[in-house]
Design a protein around this ligand. Structure first.
Ligand code: SAH
Length: 343
């Protein structure tokens, strides 16, 4: 018989399992806390459970089906995890700590590979294999906590894949992060390249986490050249959908804009971008392009980044520049390629 997989189950399911083996609800709650709050990956360490209970758990259950296959630590402290899935495919996640902040942010994946085909992104080069299941999304956080002994405080869905194309599992995993891991909705950010029907669904659901949009261009013609998604979901319609979203939810969106040298980093681009999002309740997060071996694109000149930022700020936007993390271990944005390891 297959063993009962613990990580991903809610309290009711763990209680039911424990009751089937004549264990109390109280024991179930203890086990639940060990898994989600402490993320201890060893039954022997669950010292407040009786030896019999621990033996039972060893025999009948496993924590996760995901396994940590490789781990790389950057000189800035960022850690990249390579997970092997039960079918032999791989997924990656990244744990980041920013100076002077107690927050510990995990960047997780929702798909094996990615179908979006953005011309500048290393993950796109993997092609698309499949969606991750809810458990496979959730287990990434458990394993990060178990491996480091640290509690993740913030989650960004900015790893491999397009979260809104794995919609049900995305929402289920957020529910588990909120209820079981006790990570607040406001500490969770979902990044999308702009799947309009799903953005409309999130608006109807009154989504409480932050929505970030990989916009990366100032008009549809330019966006189509680097992001094929714009053929299906055009720029202006995307901005309209976002306006509707902010009105419905009352929440600001984050506009992500990766600056690529000579592609989208001119003053003209900055002005057009400022104009097109002027009426959209949004903050802007500029990302400096991370060069990778899969494309010819280059990072922008520092001077252009500052000018770009200035123009957006002058238009009234709050603008941040994303700190690069883990570039030396290919853990930065757009560098998660599982080193072409998938089957
Ligand atoms: N598919 C989702 C989630 C991925 S998030 C989305 O598109 O939003 C990863 C972010 O890194 C996206 O904004 C992506 O466009 C950006 N990115 C991809 N390649 C990059 C690179 N080489 N340098 C910097 N950012 C990159």
């Amino acid at each position: 018989m297959d063993k009962f997989v613990l990580v991903g189950k809610n309290l009711d399911e763990i209680e039911k399992f424990m009751l089937d083996y004549n264990q109390s609800k109280f024991r179930a709650k203890q086990l639940y806390n060990w898994i989600y709050l402490k993320s201890v990956p060893s039954f022997d360490k669950m010292t407040d459970l009786s030896l019999d209970t621990r033996e039972l758990l060893k025999e009948k259950t496993i924590f996760c089906e995901l396994i940590i296959k490789d781990k790389q630590v950057s000189k800035d402290g960022t850690i990249k995890f390579l997970f092997q899935l039960k079918d032999g495919n791989y997924a990656e996640a990244v744990l980041m700590r920013f100076d002077n902040r107690a927050n510990l942010t995990a960047c997780i994946s929702t798909q094996v590979g990615c179908p979006m085909g953005c011309s500048f992104c290393a993950t796109a080069k993997l092609g698309f294999k499949r969606n991750l299941e809810t458990d496979e999304i959730v287990q990434q956080i458990f394993l990060i906590q178990a491996d480091t002994g640290l509690k993740v405080t913030n989650i960004v869905y900015m790893g491999q894949g397009e979260p809104l194309l794995n919609f049900d599992n995305l929402l289920n995993s957020i529910k588990i992060f909120r209820e079981n891991f006790q990570i607040g909705a406001r500490r969770i950010t979902v990044s999308t390249c702009g799947i309009i029907p799903q953005i409309e669904k999130l608006a109807q659901l009154d989504f409480q986490s932050t929505l970030a949009i990989s916009l990366h261009a100032s008009d549809n013609e330019k966006r189509k050249q680097i992001m094929p998604v714009s053929n299906k979901y055009p720029y202006d319609k995307l901005i309209d959908a976002l306006k509707m979203y902010t009105e419905k939810t009352g929440r600001r969106v984050t506009i992500e804009y990766v600056l690529i040298k000579d592609i989208n980093d001119t003053l003209e681009d900055a002005k057009k971008l400022a104009y097109s999002i002027a009426k959209l309740k949004s903050n802007v997060n500029l990302i400096i392009y991370n060069q990778n071996e899969y494309s010819q694109y280059k990072k922008p000149l520092k001077e252009n980044v500052m000018k770009f930022k200035y123009i957006l700020e002058a238009s009234g936007k709050k603008v941040t520049i994303r700190l690069e993390r883990g570039g030396d271990i290919d853990a930065a944005c757009g560098q998660l390629s599982s080193k072409m390891k998938n089957k």
